[in-house]
Unconditional design. Structure first.
Length: 385
């Protein structure tokens, strides 16, 4: 089998989709034969500076092979696809003789290839269009349904997202597959000595609540700021407890940053920005509790990563999050700051509760496996050929 994978999500510092692409390709490669199978990684490399995640995959060797396109910068090529619907995909990757094309980032570009698979991670742009980035909203509204119509199979990250796709676009049910994600093996409890050393190097506080994810409206960080204020005012936790927000600055965040800058406990709110993937286990492991109050998630990878690191977690009950957290996390409503304050205080002051939810989270995280995901994806691919 020869598979072409759109590896463009790995060209920039990878967030959710990039990390998904990396893990899927690496897991598929372990299950294919270097003698008879091949994975072509397609990406735009006009400036010949493929990012480190792409290089890591390429260095794995056969059956993975780099397949760069240097005809145009990637942004120009993607703009042509977006606004002109041309040229065809094969114009940029003419030597690819793949049996199947796999696009892990929602959209299938113009192509006449008969066997195309895409991953639609969630429908947040449909359910919460007010939270979407303006420049992408109209594009996704047009491109995603077209891609779903053209795909031989549609992958998605959870049963929740599968139901969403079936409900909104109504493709044949036997073409839509839920393939639950997993997290990298690097996500495990880190030794306290390593955590303390790294935390000191980063200038992070001794104790903190943690949120991880791009700062954008869907993540509902406002409720954490309100809950943190209530808890600080009533001394629900020690005076040296901080709130750490980790992730790239997103879109439509003026109100959020205004709330941060005018927060009465601003000195105890830490914004780290984007952190490298390999530092996240240390960040998670040092937290008193991990918090994910999102309005909507197609899966919720940071929740799984936090559980795998042994951190007790508090989650909203929205969308796919209960499918990931199960009974291993505490839940608080998206619009209830007081409920968040109470859950945060409980995990701060009760060693027994922290130990309970740490253990439950570790066990829950073991139920998710990239090996299992890759086997299911290969089964789907083979059924199409």
């Amino acid at each position: 089998m020869r598979i072409f994978v759109d590896a463009q999500p790995l060209a920039a510092p990878p967030t959710g989709v990039g990390r998904y692409t990396f893990e899927v390709v690496a897991a598929l490669a372990q299950r294919l034969s270097p003698q008879t199978d091949r994975i072509d990684l397609g990406y735009f490399d006009f400036r010949r500076n493929a990012g480190p995640f792409l290089q890591d995959l390429i260095h794995l060797g056969p059956p993975i092979f780099p397949h760069p396109s240097r005809i145009l910068p990637g942004r120009l090529a993607q703009a042509a696809w977006k606004y002109c619907g041309a040229p065809p995909h094969a114009a940029f990757f003419p030597s690819s003789k793949a049996d199947l094309l796999f696009f892990p980032n929602f959209v299938i570009p113009p192509t006449r290839h008969p066997v195309k698979v895409c991953t639609v991670h969630d429908l947040s742009f449909v359910r919460f269009p007010q939270f979407a980035e303006d420049r992408n909203l109209q594009w996704l509204e047009k491109a995603v349904p077209r891609s779903i119509e053209r795909a031989a199979a549609i992958l998605t990250d959870s049963e929740f997202s599968r139901r969403e796709i079936l409900d909104v676009y109504q493709p044949p049910a036997d073409r839509v597959f839920a393939v639950p994600l997993a997290c990298s093996d690097i996500f495990r409890p880190a030794p306290r000595s390593e955590v303390d050393r790294w935390r000191t190097e980063q200038g992070l506080p001794n104790r903190y609540f943690l949120s991880v994810g791009t700062l954008e409206p869907r993540k509902n960080i406002q409720v954490l700021l309100e809950a943190f204020q209530v808890g600080c005012e009533c001394h629900a936790w020690p005076d040296d407890m901080a709130l750490v927000l980790t992730g790239m600055h997103g879109w439509k965040t003026n109100a959020l940053y205004q709330q941060i800058e005018t927060h009465p406990f601003r000195a105890r709110i830490v914004e780290t920005g984007y952190l490298p993937w390999n530092e996240l286990p240390l960040l998670y492991s040092g937290a008193t509790a991990f918090l994910i109050p999102s309005h909507y998630e197609g899966f919720g990878m940071p929740l799984l990563e936090a559980m795998a690191c042994g951190v007790p977690c508090i989650s909203s009950p929205a969308a796919s999050l209960p499918e990931v957290g199960g009974v291993a996390v505490l839940y608080a409503a998206t619009d209830a700051p007081q409920a968040w304050t109470e859950a945060m205080a409980l995990l701060t002051h009760s060693p027994g509760k922290r130990e309970k939810y740490s253990h439950l989270g570790l066990q829950r995280a073991k139920e998710f496996s990239w090996a299992v995901a890759a086997e299911k994806i290969l089964e789907i691919f083979r059924s199409l050929l």
